[in-house]
Design a binder for this molecule. Structure first.
Ligand SMILES: *[C@@H]1O[C@H](CO)[C@@H](O)[C@H](O)[C@H]1NC(C)=O
Ligand SMILES: *[C@@H]1O[C@H](CO)[C@@H](O)[C@H](O)[C@H]1NC(C)=O
Ligand SMILES: *[C@@H]1O[C@H](CO)[C@@H](O)[C@H](O)[C@H]1NC(C)=O
Ligand SMILES: *[C@@H]1O[C@H](CO)[C@@H](O)[C@H](O)[C@H]1NC(C)=O
Ligand SMILES: *[C@@H]1O[C@H](CO)[C@@H](O)[C@H](O)[C@H]1NC(C)=O
Ligand SMILES: *[C@@H]1O[C@H](CO)[C@@H](O)[C@H](O)[C@H]1NC(C)=O
Ligand SMILES: *[C@@H]1O[C@H](CO)[C@@H](O)[C@H](O)[C@H]1NC(C)=O
Ligand SMILES: *[C@@H]1O[C@H](CO)[C@@H](O)[C@H](O)[C@H]1NC(C)=O
Ligand SMILES: *[C@@H]1O[C@H](CO)[C@@H](O)[C@H](O)[C@H]1NC(C)=O
Length: 473
């Protein structure tokens, strides 16, 4: 699709004051004649937009020092007028763009060019305070609430955050320091969050040094996450990669994550708050991921899972120097469930645990949780994996009054470190079967000649086709 950039920019300018309009055009002409030649960018997205604008059209300054928070917000507010007329795309061109939190709009694309860096402000005043999420009840770092995320969307339809590998730098060090010194009155911000959004794409970006979690789709559906490079120091606190939370039809693929916490953490709310909201994460596909996380999991399910987690398919994943492969974390008081989990073709090297489940994770929002609210963990399937340099093959710990059932492990070859632990399969309060697994699993997973199932029925999110968008600017 060939796009006539100029006429589209005129359309955008109509909503800006006439003086600013003339100045911008003069500047743009001058720029394209004397500063740089026009570029065409091609990229894939769920939707292409009719109206195209640059952050500089709205007065953005890419010097790494000037705050652009108001510029982003006013650009997006003005472009939101095109939601019902083919939508709009805001291009962040080359430069360093300092900004605090801002909100997206519907039928909208934020495009971060390859030499563009969004620098997250270190100033708390640039981050509006919000109440805790309803399914969490309390903030995770501090009970009062939380800072809005850097790039945030609420109640939107059709929103794309992409780029040809442009960067979002969370400048997290100042936040990690406040976290360690317990100087936070609110929970740290995330880099990208969608709440109650439908048709979401987050792709082809590099996210570095997030203050906390990187990507947090919540109460959302039809979410595509692809081509992300997520980097944070391995000792940075809670820098989870991608956290689908109370969301359905989510596809996460082709991403590379090094972080201080779980590479992917699947969640659905915390104790009595999550039970009350009751929104599960379901119909989730995770594939072609590389993960390095020495103190956390490749894929964690929980620990906040009170709205339930079901129908998760994970495949073709590589983990290196990571604490565990798949980890299920839950506790008395969570309620909810983790069921119908299918994982295959994980390749792991230098792992403390290949498999880990725990029913006594603890960590409660407040003393108001109901200890009788027991989580149901069932139908967990692991197959076709190899692992080397492993310390413990598995630690599978259910709850005495609430055993974890339907665990199946087949065709898994685990090679141990030079000094492996003696008890390779430490199982309590679980039930299931195993087949062709070395070292030999515990007696609670007796040998049965089967292949563990993997759900082969395709999800609608797997068939979403992207369009090629071509934009000249
Ligand atoms: C973008 O795509 C158009 C055709 O859709 C093609 O002519 C052009 O060469 C492509 N540009 C780049 C930079 O790939
Ligand atoms: C992301 O980038 C890759 C490689 O540059 C490209 O093949 C792919 O189409 C892009 N994906 C999207 C969603 O833009
Ligand atoms: C977004 O675009 C779709 C399709 O054109 C349209 O139906 C919808 O009303 C638009 N959304 C808004 C908020 O205008
Ligand atoms: C951004 O969204 C949050 C959450 O919905 C809202 O509280 C805040 O007022 C919005 N900010 C702006 C500038 O619209
Ligand atoms: C994107 O940038 C990151 C960081 O520079 C780099 O590691 C990664 O390979 C790049 N991805 C692509 C597809 O070019
Ligand atoms: C944060 O809490 C501390 C006490 O822990 C207080 O001194 C400070 O004023 C609070 N800051 C804000 C911005 O509310
Ligand atoms: C595991 O060890 C065996 C024997 O030492 C070796 O043949 C095999 O290649 C190793 N497998 C992996 C995945 O490292
Ligand atoms: C094997 O794992 C140990 C930790 O258990 C680590 O120190 C060592 O470097 C790993 N070896 C290789 C070859 O990766
Ligand atoms: C086995 O697991 C139980 C429960 O998780 C734990 O208390 C115990 O220390 C473990 N035993 C060994 C030898 O690792």
């Amino acid at each position: 699709m060939e796009v006539c950039t100029k006429s589209r920019q005129f359309a955008v300018f109509r909503i800006i004051s006439i003086i600013f309009l003339l100045e911008s055009i003069a500047w743009k002409v001058a720029e394209s004649r004397f500063i740089r030649k026009e570029e065409t960018i091609n990229f894939s997205a769920i939707s292409c937009r009719k109206h195209i604008a640059l952050l500089t059209d709205f007065g953005g300054v890419g010097d790494g020092k000037t705050s652009n928070t108001k510029v982003f917000q006013s650009a997006i507010t003005q472009l939101s007028k095109y939601a019902s007329d083919g939508g709009a795309q805001l291009i962040v061109p080359a430069g360093k763009w300092l900004t605090g939190s801002f909100n997206l709009t519907s039928n909208f694309t934020l495009f971060i060019d390859k030499d563009a860096v969004l620098l997250a402000s270190e100033d708390e005043a640039e981050w509006p305070a919000l109440p805790a999420l309803p399914s969490y009840g309390k903030g995770r770092d501090a009970p009062a609430g939380r800072f809005n995320s850097l790039i945030s969307g609420t109640n939107l339809n059709d929103v794309v955050i992409t780029g040809n590998n442009g960067t979002i730098d969370g400048q997290g060090a100042v936040w990690w320091d406040k976290f360690h010194k317990q100087k936070l009155n609110l929970t740290r911000p995330y880099l990208i969050e969608t709440l109650y959004c439908h048709q979401v794409q987050i792709s082809n970006l590099t996210l570095i040094n997030s203050p906390s979690w990187n990507v947090h789709p919540t109460y959302s559906s039809n979410v595509l996450i692809m081509g992300l490079t997520i980097l944070a120091p391995v000792d940075s606190p809670n820098t989870d990669g991608i956290n689908p939370d109370s969301s359905s039809n989510v596809r996460i693929e082709d991403s590379y994550i090094i972080s201080g916490d779980d590479c992917v953490a699947v969640k659905s709310g915390w104790d009595e708050y999550g039970i009350k909201v009751g929104l599960p994460t379901e119909h989730l596909v995770i594939r072609r991921l590389t993960c390095i996380s020495p103190d956390s999991a490749t894929i964690a399910l929980g620990s906040e899972m009170s709205g339930g987690i079901q129908d998760v398919r994970a495949e073709d994943i590589t983990a290196i120097n990571t604490q565990s492969g798949v980890r299920i974390k839950t506790a008395r008081g969570r309620g909810g469930y983790v069921k119908d989990i299918y994982v295959r073709r994980l390749t792991m090297s230098t792992m403390k645990y290949v498999f880990w489940m725990t029913g006594s994770y603890g960590s409660h929002p407040d003393p108001g949780f109901d200890p009788q609210a027991l989580p149901k963990i069932a139908n967990i399937n692991y197959r076709d994996m190899i692992a080397e340099n492993v310390t413990y093959s598995a630690r599978l710990e259910g709850l005495k009054e609430d055993p974890f059932t339907g665990i199946c492990v087949s065709n898994v070859k685990i090679n141990l470190t030079q000094k492996p632990e003696e008890l390779q399969w430490n199982c309590t309060d679980i039930a299931g079967v195993s087949s062709r697994v070395t070292p030999k699993p515990c007696a609670l997973l007796p040998e049965k000649d089967i292949d563990c199932p993997f759900s082969e029925e395709r999800l609608p999110i797997e068939d979403v086709q992207l369009k090629t968008c071509s934009v000249k600017y």
